[in-house]
Design a protein around this ligand. Structure first.
Ligand code: MF3
Ligand code: CO
Length: 250
């Protein structure tokens, strides 16, 4: 069942989502060659304490860290580690979720460690634009897969592919609520959107094909062909004109 949130629930999801946005901004500013991803996890935990919030990810199905850090061909769910050092030319996806007063927010960004390849620049721009095209479709009068279709068309129209094994999701009192929101689909299909539905939209876009393989750690998902992947995510409320980003910095 897809729930329509009350104004009070939306306020609480917004507070959690704003903390996600602030922390992601602060973490983005620290990304540089030589930093290891374990240090990013430690910083995320320190910042959570400052906001009196907790990680939505730590302990989720046994996930061992507070944030996911996925580099280059890693798509999602990279586990931070002191052994994993960021290098010049990398693209680094930070995926972070917060729980505050019983409500969740979730967002992701992909950060370039300059200088990066032109292909990487294009991939990141296309993935972020695909997210915003999806957000524009998150409006009353549309159907769910209008969002999916907008994301897919932009990514594939730019010569890239969308990951099929991971999807966007409803969010609120749980990190993952109904519906599942694939980053591919047919316009005009799916449930009718109502004002106050809240979705985490999260295109994962690959330079090569869309297939995924899982590392032996059971978490890190990377491209099957070893090509680059980017990930952008926002927590978004369905509204009349277009989706409203709740995980933005105000
Ligand atoms: N944003 C991702 C998602 O919604 C990351 C959560 S997976 C976790 O699936 F295990 F790390 F929590
Ligand atoms: Co998510």
């Amino acid at each position: 069942m897809v729930s329509v949130k009350t104004e009070d629930e939306i306020k609480k999801i917004s507070r959690a989502s704003e903390i996600v946005a602030h922390i992601l901004d602060e973490l983005t500013a620290t990304i540089r060659p030589g930093l290891n991803t374990g240090e990013i996890d430690t910083m995320a935990e320190e910042k959570l304490r400052k906001y009196h919030a907790t990680s939505a990810f730590k302990g989720y199905r046994g996930y061992p860290a507070s944030i996911c850090v996925s580099i280059n061909d890693e798509i999602v769910h990279g586990i931070p580690s002191p052994q994993r050092v960021i290098r010049e030319g990398d693209i680094v996806s930070l995926d972070f979720g917060v729980k505050l007063n019983g409500f969740f927010g979730d967002a992701a960004v992909t950060v370039p460690v300059s200088p990066v390849s032109e292909l990487a620049v294009k991939l990141m721009a296309v993935t972020e634009e695909a997210l915003y095209r999806g957000i524009r479709e998150a409006k009353v009068g549309n159907r769910l897969y209008d969002i999916s279709s907008a994301i897919q068309s932009h990514a594939e129209g730019s010569g890239f592919s969308v990951v099929r094994d991971f999807v966007g999701h409803g969010i609120g009192r749980a990190l993952h609520e109904d519906p599942q929101i694939p980053n591919f689909g047919q316009r005009g299909k799916g449930i009718k959107l109502e004002r106050g539905m809240v979705f985490a939209l999260e295109p994962m876009v690959n330079v090569g094909d869309y297939r995924v393989r899982l590392d032996p750690d059971g978490w890190t998902a990377r491209t099957y062909d070893g090509a680059l992947s980017a990930h952008f995510e926002h927590t978004v409320m369905v509204d009349y004109e277009h989706g409203v980003v709740l995980s933005g910095v105000n």
